[in-house]
Write a protein that binds this ligand. Structure first.
Ligand SMILES: O=CN(O)CCNC(=O)c1cccc(Cl)c1Cl
Ligand code: NI
Length: 187
């Protein structure tokens, strides 16, 4: 089971490597890893389990955060509305690739956090507002989807991990809250 002890922290060189594509058809090992990554996200978002296991909450996770330099990410974005418990996006993605993106940029008003970063790093993380993404799903099927707003931001945070990029690499050092005209701030 993945716990906070499994997650490597900044300073570990694996976080700065470009991860390798996984072979398709998927190996049992890679399928099992994806399942464990998704289980971690579920546990981290469950108040009882998170407290029991001492987990920080997360809506995404990338294999390099487990010191495994493979292009595998898991995302589980709850709808945030108790009436409708269905997540807005829940998937394990193998070899995810951004095929195209909007001109429109966006950032989260609250900034971003990372389980591999044991500190707050304030500031806007400007990303693409909309992306067209291809990936291989847990069943080994090639998928092509379009994402926007929060879901697109989360997936970009995870794909950054596959390329050795940390969220704070995008923050303007002079003025962390500087914004170019037209950037959408997502609250
Ligand atoms: O790489 C994944 N993590 O580090 C998990 C913890 N961070 C989050 O869940 C998180 C929090 C805020 C904004 C974004 Cl975009 C993300 Cl992804
Ligand atoms: Ni992260």
């Amino acid at each position: 089971m993945i716990t906070m002890d499994t997650i490597i922290r900044e300073g570990n060189p694996t976080l700065r490597e470009v991860a390798k594509e996984v072979s398709v058809p998927l190996s049992d090992e890679d399928i099992k890893l994806g399942e464990e990554m998704m289980e971690f996200l579920h546990n981290s978002q469950d108040p009882v389990k998170a407290e029991e296991l001492g987990l920080r909450g997360g809506v995404g996770l990338a294999a390099p955060q487990l010191d495994i330099s493979k292009r595998i990410i898991a995302v589980h974005v709850p709808s945030g509305d108790l009436e409708n418990p269905e997540p807005t996006l829940s998937a394990v993605m193998y070899n995810p690739k951004i095929l195209s993106h909007s001109v429109q940029d966006a950032c989260l008003g609250e900034g971003e956090g990372c389980l591999s970063v044991d500190r707050e790093v304030p500031g806007y993380v400007v990303r693409h507002n909309k992306i067209t993404l291809s990936y291989v799903d847990a069943a080994g099927v090639k998928q092509k989807i379009r994402l926007k707003n929060y879901e697109a931001i989360v997936v970009q945070h995870e794909i950054d991990h596959l390329n050795g990029v940390m969220f704070y690499d995008h923050i303007n050092q002079e003025n962390p809250y500087a914004l170019k005209d037209g950037v959408l701030v997502i609250e």
